[in-house]
Write a protein that binds this ligand. Structure first.
Ligand code: TRP
Length: 413
């Protein structure tokens, strides 16, 4: 097969746990199941753009965003947290000439509470939804988590609904947002299943082996799954929202999901659909350092959306990796290193005020600001983020859940 799939086999460092497709020893390992870097500053994202063959989000694209929308771009775009894209120019050009698009993102429900890192793609989706006035579909891959983790089908389904509450708490417009569990929706919507089969007809075992590192002992549910994640990129999979109209889709996601969408982009033109566009984010680093991303299965390295202010404070004070010096005297003299300091890194994601952030960077780098003081700033920024999220989540009743999760017509131009 031509195009992006063929590239994968040569350019990708991919592994499925212990698989052999991992190419170079010095390369960062980035795939849907693993993120590991040897560097204290984390993954080399410029290299990743080259390896994956995506495009950098540069100033020109940011300027275009601002021209088209008449709004300052979200700080996650401004600060390069979203750093890579595919076909974003096409989306903007079409939008300018009145051609609509829709947003698609998702979440694999593997724990009952989401963590701070999970909020990142959803936060950008909310901003995009508000600014462009577009519909958003959110796939909860309870099927995926049941296949990959030691989680029963019923439990994965339950976790999907728990996660839906966290997602709704982010504040999506109920008139423009459809959230669905695969375990519910795939069997209920013939159009979705038909598109899934059309996609499965286009991709061979050999190709998914190359992309995802599957082998002969991989259970067949996993082998077929990439088509499930590809299907929401076809607008006709949501007849209640789009009827039979073919509308281009934009997918904000962390860069580790790109293998799924390289496959999707390869298949779409053959089925008469436009390739989905993508916005890729960097990973949200673990508390212990940027060598790995935050993960639900490592409680000590993770700040959950349901953590209490006390838990939050303890985790940051105890575990947040510091770029400061060993003693106060050394720190005052030599200054700290923001590039590896996790508290500073988290502020990039969550402190909205550019000037404050820059002042903190200068003061920590010069040694004027101590590590304990920097941690205090982060705790003060994150405490209301968590408590307000929890308040909004507590208001998500079964009724509200049902509202977002019922297939229905959405309200958009
Ligand atoms: N596979 C993703 C995960 O494990 C979930 C997902 C499904 C997703 N569709 C998506 C993520 C689209 C981003 C965009 O979390």
């Amino acid at each position: 097969m031509a195009g992006e799939i063929a590239n994968d086999v040569n350019h990708l460092t991919l592994s499925n746990g212990d698989s052999s497709v991992n190419s170079g020893q010095d390369e960062d390992l980035v795939d849907p199941w693993n993120v590991v870097s040897k560097s204290e500053t984390g993954v080399d994202y410029n290299k990743l753009i080259q390896r994956f063959g995506s495009s950098k989000i540069d100033q020109e694209l940011i300027d275009r965003f601002e021209n088209v929308t008449g709004k300052k771009v979200h700080h996650l775009l401004r600060r390069g947290v979203f750093f890579s894209h595919r076909d974003m120019h096409t989306i903007l050009t079409n939008y300018e000439s009145g051609k609509p698009f829709y947003l698609y993102t998702g979440r694999g429900p593997s724990s009952s509470s989401m963590h701070l890192g999970h909020l990142i793609p959803f936060t950008l989706c909310k901003w995009l939804q508000d600014v462009f006035d577009v519909p958003l579909v959110i796939q909860l891959t309870d099927d995926e988590k049941s296949l990959w983790k030691d989680i029963k089908v019923e439990e994965a389904h339950r976790l999907a609904y728990e996660n839906a509450k966290d997602i709704i708490a982010i504040g999506f417009d109920p008139d423009k947002t459809f959230i669905f569990s695969d375990l519910d929706y795939v069997g209920r919507c013939p159009e979705f299943y038909r598109n899934m089969i059309r996609i499965q007809k286009c991709v061979t075992f050999n190709q998914v082996k190359g992309i995802f590192g599957f082998d002969d002992s991989t259970v067949i549910g996993k082998i077929g799954f990439p088509a499930v994640q590809a299907t929401p990129a076809l607008s006709t999979s949501f007849p209640d929202i789009f009827g039979d109209k073919k509308i281009q889709c934009l997918i904000p996601c962390a860069i580790d999901q790109d293998p799924y969408f390289r496959m999707t982009r390869d298949v779409c033109p053959r089925l008469g659909f436009k390739k989905p566009a993508l916005l890729h984010s960097k990973f949200f680093p673990a508390l212990q350092g940027a060598q790995t991303k935050m993960s639900s299965s490592e409680a000590n390295s993770t700040i959950f959306c349901c953590d209490t202010p006390k838990q939050l404070k303890n985790k940051i004070n105890k575990h947040a990796f510091s770029g400061g010096q060993a003693t106060v005297e050394d720190h005052r003299e030599l200054g700290g290193n923001c590039d590896i300091d996790i508290s500073y890194q988290y502020l990039i994601f969550f402190l909205e005020d550019d000037e404050k952030l820059e002042q903190i960077r200068k003061d920590y780098t010069s040694g004027a600001l101590l590590t304990g003081e920097l941690k205090k700033i982060l705790i003060d920024v994150l405490t209301p983020v968590l408590t307000e999220h929890q308040q909004r989540r507590s208001k998500v009743t079964d009724e509200v859940l049902k509202q977002y999760m019922t297939p229905r017509k959405l309200n958009f131009k």
